[in-house]
Design a protein around this ligand. Structure first.
Ligand code: AP5
Length: 215
């Protein structure tokens, strides 16, 4: 399985990528998680990404493609992958196509999780993330037992989930990532799934469209 989960900020890409990657036995590759890990560990790529992420802008394509190429070269990615939040621009999508075609591969599916904007703002505002194990919770939809993660660690608010940054991220999504709808629509791999349902129901919908794609 080689697939991309796309959708606006807070649509549930990360939530779904965890279960879909487990279902197919392939790695979940989130460029957002990779940037956050690089920032936390003090890697140079993290330092380059920080200012963009904090302002809700996209990290430049050359930096993003650098970490993606590095990740795809790891042995587990030869089995396939579920990309979460990548590609996010037409140049990134074109470069991914050319990386895959170098080894005779191509994407099996691109699933767009569609969620109305007012719900996206609610999802971002209530999101809490575990600093230790990276689990994602929601104060209303998936509330953490006793206010801490199930692993026992404290939960934090992502700095880019502040309302003004969420609005900036939504604007960036509309201008730079939405055009991928047409790009992947033209190549026939795009499937759109209604993301306004429980996580379990959205997962069922995604697995159903993937089966229709022959996976
Ligand atoms: P990234 O981490 O990828 O952020 P994002 O795309 O903005 O997406 P989110 O992580 O906010 O949301 P999600 O769709 O994963 O939703 P989640 O499952 O967490 O990127 C962060 C930044 O890094 C970017 O802004 C950019 O600067 C940079 N970056 C990353 N990739 C890049 C790239 N390719 N190029 C350039 N720059 C890049 O769910 C959200 C909340 O809702 C959670 O609390 C969850 O519990 C809850 N929830 C999930 N599903 C449901 C449901 N069905 N019902 C109710 N609640 C739900």
């Amino acid at each position: 399985m080689r697939m991309v989960l796309m959708g606006p900020p807070g649509a549930g890409k990360g939530t779904q990528a965890v279960s879909i990657s487990r279902h197919y036995g392939v790695p979940h590759i989130s460029t957002g998680d990779m940037f956050r890990a690089a920032m936390a560990s003090g890697r140079e790529v993290g330092a380059r990404a920080r200012a963009y992420i904090e302002q809700g802008k996209l990290v430049p394509d050359d930096v993003t493609m650098g970490i993606v190429r590095e990740r795809l070269a790891e042995p587990d990615a030869s089995r396939g992958f579920v990309f979460d939040g990548f590609p996010r621009t037409i140049p990134q999508a074109m470069e991914l196509d050319s990386i895959l075609s170098e080894s005779g591969q191509r994407l099996d599916a691109v699933v767009l999780i569609d969620v109305p904007e007012e719900e996206l703002v609610t999802r971002a505002a209530g999101r809490r993330v575990c600093a230790a194990c990276n689990s994602v919770w929601h104060m209303k939809y998936n509330s953490p037992p006793a206010g801490v993660c199930s692993c026992g660690a404290e939960l934090t608010v992502r700095p880019d989930d502040r309302p003004e940054t969420v609005r900036a991220r939504l604007a960036v999504y509309r201008s730079q990532t939405e055009p991928l709808r047409e790009y992947y629509g033209a190549s026939g791999v795009l499937r759109v799934v209604d993301g306004l349902a429980t996580p379990a129901e959205v997962e069922k919908r995604i697995l159903m469209v993937l089966e229709e794609c022959g996976r």
